[in-house]
Design a protein. Structure first.
Length: 344
């Protein structure tokens, strides 16, 4: 996102497509698990260019009258991919092997690169550096390193605590949490002084921006729990004991409703204050998750479970587009890529 602001959102977006496509090729050709993991990291670098600059480009070519609808359609595409992707991936893996799920990205990436070049107008730098200003080319290397260290140590700490022998490995978890905290403090120090910070802390002086980012973290944490933990519950022999196809049909309910609700909520956020819609969405998310904790058990009726999944998708859909509209509209014009990168 930062590079898009300094050079060109379109060019960095295309670079992201190229890296993601190349990373997909490397993943499909990976002979070992280690090389596959490295290739996936390379692929993720490309994806980051897409996510950060995609919403920045949308914001750049829209105004307050139609931005919510545009972001809503973006949510529709993302949700549609979440709906179709697992099903297509399962079919490809079954008939053509796991490598095929990566190879299929190659023609899509090539078409996407050409389409962006043809359809999206040029996007000059948003930051107006003097022609002799060398700080435009300075990259916040420390910030780029410290952020993943902070997040990795935090995530690893919780993963270690999930071990059955918690007391034995508790010191390791404490060390990881301490590392995460120290890396975070150093990150704040570095970002305050970097000429082109990876995370521009001045953005958080805007209360609407800060509230939107915190809300997004909470909402999408709940979404990840449903999308990635629910399948284990549904397929466990001691709980629901469902098949993979039955599990997939239930999980698909969430992104399916998100795809329908996103454009509608986005359009409403163009007419009414987005903060009220996103606030209603996050409250709805919390209420549905609370109901999940109260009723989810191996004896739950399958239709009740499906209804809860549909409601969860509806609340996420009514949150994401208005919240994205609110966050991006609250961001300075010359920092849209940075804001999009933080929003993720």
């Amino acid at each position: 996102g930062n590079l898009g602001d300094r050079f060109s959102s379109k060019k960095v977006f295309q670079l992201g497509i190229g890296l993601f496509t190349l990373g997909s090729l490397l993943c499909g050709l990976s002979p070992t698990l280690e090389i596959l993991v490295i290739s996936r990291i390379f692929q993720a670098f490309g994806a980051s260019g897409l996510f950060a600059n995609g919403i920045a480009i949308i914001t750049r070519f829209t105004d307050r009258k139609n931005r919510g609808l545009a972001i809503g359609f973006n949510s529709l595409i993302v949700s549609g991919a979440l709906t179709v992707g697992p099903a297509v991936g399962g079919i490809l893996t079954q008939f053509f092997g796991w490598q095929s799920i990566f190879f299929m990205n190659i023609p899509i990436g090539i078409v996407g690169f050409v389409w962006v070049q043809k359809v999206i107008p040029s996007t000059p730098p948003l930051n107006n550096y003097p022609s002799n200003e060398t700080s435009q080319y300075k990259i916040d290397i420390l910030g780029i390193i410290l952020l993943p260290v902070t997040l990795f140590a935090l995530t690893a700490g919780f993963a270690v605590l999930n071990n059955k022998n918690t007391l034995e490995i508790l010191p390791i978890a404490i060390l990881l949490f301490l590392l995460s905290f120290i890396a975070f403090i150093v990150l704040i120090y570095v970002e305050k002084r970097a000429p082109n910070p990876n995370i521009d802390l001045s953005l958080f002086k805007n209360r609407r921006f800060t509230a939107g980012i915190i809300s997004a973290i909470l909402a999408f944490t709940g979404l990840q729990i449903i999308l990635y933990q629910m399948p284990f519950f549904l397929q466990d022999r001691e709980t629901m004991n469902l098949t993979q196809s039955e599990t997939g049909l239930i999980i698909i309910a969430v992104p399916l409703v998100m795809a329908i609700a996103g454009p509608l909520a986005g359009r409403l956020s163009d007419k009414y204050d987005a903060k009220y819609l996103s606030s209603g969405g996050i409250i709805g998310i919390a209420m549905v998750l609370l109901v999940f904790t109260l009723v989810l058990s191996k004896s739950i009726d399958i239709f009740v479970l499906i209804l809860l999944m549909l409601l969860f998708g509806l609340t996420i859909g009514f949150f994401s587009a208005p919240n994205g509209n609110s966050v991006m509209s609250a961001s300075p014009r010359n920092k849209l890529g940075l804001a999009g990168g933080i929003l993720g």
